[in-house]
Design a protein around this ligand. Structure first.
Ligand code: NAD
Ligand code: TYD
Length: 370
């Protein structure tokens, strides 16, 4: 069977990646979708069960830090599009062990850029003079694209007012955000120096099904469900701009196909909440769904020592992607949180598998020492 395009998604067994791969596999039967993932603690093949046998899907286990492996993979498969999500993604872990973040997020990104650059060079040489003659479907050079997925955390931290725009200067303040900022700079440098056709998006905090329960929302849901303390860092006044993960995946689809080459788009839902308010909302929803007495789950809220260097506020101005590509979020926060709680309650086995073993060790270290 021949496919119109061969697209590589890195990090597709993780939270956001699994939603992106699912969307592309189901929506584009004419594409062959490859998912390259190392399956770290955050990568989980159970996230992919509903489409793992699809005719247009291939899983490859591998490490983007392994340069020769990545080069060989690109040489063998001649991908004509890359959506790069593979990363170490958790700020708390980056504070405890920053080196993993440097290897995967920076060195790994350079390895994928170099391998993509080689394919691009070949495409470029083989297609000289033909670009304007053919449609995108016929001519891989016109559709080749390196799409780098990044975070709003590269912009630093805001006071009570203002938004991050695409021209906000970079000011990363955690090892995680610094490693993502380095990767963003490298992607743009490859575009400038080698003409690699890239596009970058910087997105706010995502939430929804399949998120590893080390991040605030799934951790709180899991703990409320199990009557465990819900840790709130500092006073709980830090603010995040939350986006339903499927809305991020829909934005990625739009940018991959219609975004301007060389452009950066910020993605966010204009949906800011203080952490403590998020926890209050979750407690209320869970009291209702679990049939608990009103206010019962609130008793689990536990204020713990603050995260070192804790960024105060993130807020994204996403008007560019809305104006240019017509993207907008589909759910209110209340709807999204309710759907998220439903999913975690209905997927007991997924949650149990992921929170057994090493998770317990991590959880003990993180919270019981605070
Ligand atoms: P995640 O931690 O859930 O998933 C990361 C995936 O990358 C995992 O499947 C993991 O196995 C894989 N991976 C890690 N190291 C690898 C390596 N060396 N080689 C190959 N695969 C490797 O992360 P996520 O929350 O889904 O985030 C995905 C991307 O989106 C990241 O680049 C992150 O910086 C970015 N992002 C995340 C958010 C968010 O709120 N979660 C917001 C904005 C941007
Ligand atoms: P997190 O989900 O780790 O995302 P990020 O640090 O990338 O924004 O944290 C979201 C916010 O919630 C952040 O301000 C830290 C805070 N937080 C808690 O208060 N308690 C927790 O147990 C966790 C994991 C996070």
């Amino acid at each position: 069977m021949s496919f119109q395009r061969k697209i590589l998604v890195t990090g597709g067994a993780g939270f956001i990646g699994s939603h992106v791969v699912r969307l592309f596999v189901n929506k584009y039967p004419q594409y062959l979708i490859f998912n390259l993932d190392k399956l770290t603690y955050a990568g989980n093949l159970e996230n992919l069960k509903d489409f793992e046998k699809s005719f247009n899907y291939r899983f490859i286990k591998g490490d983007i830090v392994d340069e020769s492996f990545v080069l060989k993979l690109f040489e063998e498969n001649k991908f004509d599009g890359v959506i790069h999500l593979a990363a170490e993604s958790h700020v708390d872990r980056s504070i405890v062990s920053p080196t993993d973040f440097i290897f995967t997020n920076i060195v790994g990104t350079v390895n994928v850029l170099n391998a993509a650059g080689k394919i691009w060079d070949n495409l470029n040489l083989n297609n000289k003079g033909q670009v304007s003659m053919e449609s995108e479907e016929q001519n891989p050079i016109s559709s080749f694209r390196f799409y780098h997925i990044s975070t709003d955390e590269v912009y630093g931290s805001l006071d009570e007012t203002g938004y991050f725009t695409e021209s906000t200067p970079y000011d990363p303040r955690s090892p995680y955000s610094a490693s993502k900022a380095a990767a963003d700079h490298l992607v743009r440098a490859y575009a400038h120096t080698y003409n690699l056709p890239v596009v970058v998006t910087n997105c706010s905090n995502n939430y929804g099904p399949y998120q590893f329960p080390e991040k605030l929302i799934p951790l709180a849901i899991n703990n409320i469900k199990n009557n465990l303390p819900v840790p709130v860092y500092g006073k709980g006044e830090n603010t995040r701009d939350w986006l339903w993960v499927e809305d991020h995946a829909a934005a990625i689809d739009l940018v991959f196909h219609k975004g301007r080459t060389g452009a950066t788009y910020n993605i966010g839902g204009f949906n800011e909440w203080k952490n403590l308010d998020v926890i209050h909302m979750l407690c209320k929803i869970m009291d209702e769904k679990l049939g608990r007495i009103k206010g019962k789950s609130e008793e689990l809220i536990t204020f713990v020592k603050d995260r070192p260097g804790h960024d105060m506020r993130y807020a994204i101005d996403s008007s560019l992607i809305s104006k240019e590509l017509g993207w907008k979020p589909s759910l209110t926060f209340e709807e999204g949180l309710s759907k998220t709680v439903d999913w975690y309650l209905a997927n007991e086995e997924w949650l149990q598998h992921i929170t057994s073993g090493a998770y317990q060790q991590y959880y003990q270290q993180q919270y019981h020492q605070r």
